[in-house]
Design a protein around this ligand. Sequence first.
Ligand SMILES: O=P(O)(O)OC[C@H]1O[C@](O)(CO)[C@@H](O)[C@@H]1O
Length: 189
Amino acid sequence: MYEKIPAGFFTAFDRQNSLLYNADDYEERKLSDLQGCFVAEEIRHQMALQENKTVYRVYKKTAPLVAGELLQAVTVLFPGTVNGEFFMTRGHYHIHPKCAEIFFCLGGRGLLLLQKGNETKWVEMKPDVIAYIPAGWGHRTVNTSLAGPLVFIAFWPAVAGQNYQRRLKEPFGKRVFQADRSYVIGDGD
Ligand SMILES: O=P(O)(O)OC[C@H]1O[C@](O)(CO)[C@@H](O)[C@@H]1O
């Protein structure tokens, strides 16, 4: 379908299979990779020892890790909870302080949590929402629906890098729990 387009110059969202066509890198995060993310850490640990569900998949299009280049990735964040707390990504800050990021929601329902110092913001993610993550803000996504995956594409500078340690010092100030058929936002750590 895309044979006339040079592979280095495009990607496409494969809606049927929920993945990034022409991606060249892939990551899968299971419950065993998400140590310390959920309030119920012991329950997460037990779930990881038993079924160890996949929480999210990331299909990436790489680029040289130099200034001026951009990376892109489709994330598929599956439905589920750990003791009523919705499945989420680990969450990170960028190493480079001047790198923003953009998310475009392709399907599902969720929240993008943004953190800077003690300040927490959130953006409701639903199809066609384009969320902007300003430079310096930590970001984590949460699937707030048990009906299906939250799917979004992200674009960010290739030099951004990911800092996972900073969230220990500047943790996400909100947590998202199941409530009837919806969600409730509770205080974080
Ligand atoms: O790196 P984390 O926090 O595990 O989350 C992965 C997410 O990060 C991103 O790189 C976007 O910041 C996405 O591609 C993916 O959703």
